[in-house]
Design a protein around this ligand. Structure first.
Ligand code: SF4
Ligand code: SF4
Length: 90
């Protein structure tokens, strides 16, 4: 589940996604952010680019995969620079 204020996106094992948001625009943005988070989680190469962008020092790399720790405030700066999100498309 991804949350932003009162908006939520739930991703199910079946592949379906349910978004609840206060407006259509907020729902669209949350859905896009959810897609990007999934892309990053599945495609992470452990490049480490995101580490330098995190203001909370919440990211660590283990076995070539980025892990987000409890200090994360969901600011989104790490996703903005992730090459998997920026450049990799199906
Ligand atoms: S920038 Fe993206 S691909 Fe690189 S370590 Fe971070 S999450 Fe993984
Ligand atoms: S969302 Fe922000 S605080 Fe969380 S890991 Fe990414 S850059 Fe760090």
């Amino acid at each position: 589940m991804i949350t932003r204020k009162k908006d939520t996106a739930q991703v199910f094992a079946t592949g379906s996604v349910r978004v609840r948001a206060s407006s259509k625009a907020d729902a669209g943005k949350l859905l896009k952010d959810t897609e990007n988070s999934i892309r990053r989680a599945l495609g992470c190469t452990g490049c480490g680019v995101c580490i330098g962008k995190c203001p909370r020092n919440a990211i660590r790399i283990e076995n070539k995969i980025a892990y987000i720790g409890d200090k994360c405030t969901h600011c989104g700066k790490c996703i903005e620079v992730c090459p998997v999100v920026k450049f990799v498309r199906d």
